[in-house]
Design a protein. Structure first.
Ligand SMILES: Nc1ncnc2c1ncn2[C@@H]1O[C@H](COP(=O)(O)OP(=O)(O)O)[C@@H](O)[C@H]1O
Ligand SMILES: [Mg+2]
Lengths: 253, 310
């Protein structure tokens, strides 16, 4: 059951100045699937996921080698427009980070960045994205109110709506529920399962139950390397590598 | 002697803290120790209250003094007439000059200061030599007494550039004086904007320019405004730098243009008090100044509240 390859990584190495954070990673991520990254903290999950939208470019002294393609295009090629890449590859962060502006303006930020000015078009995009993020019933009557007045779970769904409004093809989520309560976490997990019908989703999670609940494939990271990458059921029921087994059975980590 | 004496007292007290602690902790029964601790807590709380009270009292006294001496002479329209006969005082030209001066200074210093700060914070890496130099220069500038700015303005704008004793000379001098202040407060405000806002903006495909001007700067506005209002207060209250550059007429008139002289309210007040004959009017001017400053404070509080809501 392999689908189309969306993201392909070959022999990727990454250094923060002199510290090598990623070592020889090769991986293929399938279209419209949920791929989970698990592993102890500091093993390079965030570093790796931030390669796909080139967020590491913002870090001084960060050096990357290898070949990373999305939809067959080398995203680190000279002619790649990073802003276009980031429009196509949306990102949800660990802590909800809505802008200090209205709910509407938050969601409209992506489309406006893309140059859309017409109010009717913006209205329609905002509504569609918020609905898609399952937040419409809660905020439809206060779109002009500050986004900072929402609860943590609502803020995170707003951030998802904001990412969706930019009309990405891929969604990167870096521990999107680690700052949320269990109920909000459940809501977001349901949302991810729904969104995978339209998007390729890569999610970092510290929560192994979450990985089993929502992901199709799982990669286990350790000290900057991918130890094992396989179907989620295989990883969690019959891992090949001893280190993976130790980690998922909680023997270290 | 006084200074040295104080230092000695402080040193002795500091030296005593350790041994006293030691005795407290090791030789006193628990109960006594608790009582003592509570006793000293009360003493220090009382001291804090006394000092806080003194600050408030000083402020209260100044306000009371100014109001009681000035309010009775704050004649309306008398002091606020547009065509006062000679030998009488009107505050209108000085008030108008003050507003003109404030507006012009802000027009120059705010964009320049804010943009410099944006450049320093958003466009240069940490530990940049150039930035360090600019920052220490700004710090030095901020510490220079205003009279020195006045002399500089007189030599440079008035004489060297030939702008004369004028609104323009005064404005330029004050703008240079306000630049470090605006830069500093804006820098702090920009640094206080969470990194996560910038990340979120970049992740949505926004470029640097859009991120800075649509996300970072708007989030920093309350902090920037705080600096702007501080600057307004400084311009309103400035005398030395303006006396040498914009002029100090005993009977000021509303300036006819950028090259005409002008006296702000503070300068005018200084002139009035110099003459001795106009003490009552001086106090009345002080009341007006006080009101302007209080209004500015209220405005800054209002703006901060308004922005922190959205
Ligand atoms: N900006 C940075 N500069 C230097 N080292 C970093 C930076 N970001 C992360 N690291 C280091 O890289 C390693 C991987 O970090 P990260 O990708 O955040 O791990 P994870 O997300 O799996 O917890 C860690 O050892 C971390 O200390
Ligand atoms: Mg991480």
């Amino acid at each position: 059951m392999t689908g189309n390859i969306d993201i392909s990584v070959k022999d990727c190495n990454l250094w923060y100045t002199n510290f090598q954070a990623l070592k020889d990673i090769s991986m293929e991520i399938e279209e419209q699937k949920v791929t989970a990254f698990i592993g102890p903290s500091g093993c390079g999950k965030s570093t790796f996921i931030r390669i796909f939208n080139r967020m590491n470019d913002l870090i001084e002294g960060c050096k990357i080698t290898g070949e990373i393609t999305i939809g067959g295009k080398d995203i680190y090629a000279k002619e790649t427009d990073v802003t276009v890449l980031r429009k196509n590859v949306g990102m949800i962060f660990q802590k909800p980070n809505p802008f200090p502006m209205s709910i509407y303006d938050n969601v409209a930020f992506g489309p406006r960045t893309a140059g859309i000015k017409k109010k009717t078009v913006l209205d329609e995009m905002v509504e569609r994205s918020i609905k898609q993020a399952g937040l419409w019933n809660e905020v439809s009557d206060r779109l002009k109110k500050s986004a900072l007045g929402l609860s943590g779970g609502q803020q995170q769904r707003l951030c998802i709506a904001r990412a969706l409004a930019a009309e990405p093809k891929i969604l990167l989520m870096d521990e999107p529920t680690s700052a949320l309560d269990p109920i909000s976490t459940g809501t977001i997990e349901d949302l991810v399962s729904e969104l995978k019908n339209h998007f390729t989703i890569v999610i970092v999670t510290h929560n192994m139950q979450q990985a089993t609940r929502i992901s199709d494939k799982t990669a286990f990271f350790l000290l900057g390397e991918v130890v094992e990458y396989d179907e989620t059921t295989k990883i969690f029921t019959n891992p090949t590598d001893k280190r993976t087994e130790n980690y998922i059975t909680g023997r270290f980590g | 002697m006084g200074m040295l004496g104080n230092l000695v007292v402080v040193a002795v007290l500091l030296a005593l803290i350790k041994p006293v602690r030691y005795v407290y902790n090791n030789f006193l029964p628990e109960k006594v120790l608790h009582k003592l601790v509570r006793f000293w807590d009360k003493v220090f709380l009382a001291i804090i209250w006394i000092f806080a009270g003194m600050t408030v009292a000083a402020l209260g006294f100044i306000i009371f003094h100014v109001l009681s001496n000035g309010l009775p002479h704050l004649t309306i329209p008398g002091l606020f007439s547009f065509d006062a006969p000679p030998e009488t005082v009107t505050l209108i030209p000085a008030i108008v000059s003050t507003f003109i001066m404030v507006a012009l200074v802000l027009l120059i210093a705010v964009p320049l200061g804010v943009l410099s700060a944006v450049f320093l914070v958003e466009y240069t890496g940490a530990g940049n030599k150039f930035v360090t130099i600019i920052r220490s220069a700004a710090e030095v500038l901020a510490g220079i007494p205003s009279i020195v700015y006045g002399l500089f303005g007189m030599m440079f704008f008035r004489v060297f550039l030939g702008l004369g004793m004028s609104v323009l000379s005064g404005t330029l001098t004050m703008s240079i004086m306000m630049l470090p202040l605006i830069m500093r407060t804006t820098e702090e405000a920009l640094k206080a904007v969470p990194m996560t806002y910038r990340e979120a903006s970049f992740a949505l495909g926004a470029g640097k320019l859009r991120t800075v001007f649509r996300i970072v700067l708007p989030s920093a506005i309350p902090g920037i405004l705080a600096g702007v209002i501080l600057a307004i207060g400084r311009v309103v209250g400035e005398s030395a730098a303006l006396i040498f550059t914009a002029g100090a007429l005993l009977e000021p008139r509303i300036p006819s243009g950028l090259f005409d002289t002008a006296s702000t309210l503070t300068v005018h007040m200084w002139q009035l008090s110099n003459y001795g004959r106009f003490m009552n009017e001086t106090y009345a001017a002080a009341v007006v100044l006080l009101i302007i400053v209080l209004l500015l404070n209220a405005l800054s509080a209002f703006i901060a509240r308004k922005f922190s809501k959205v």
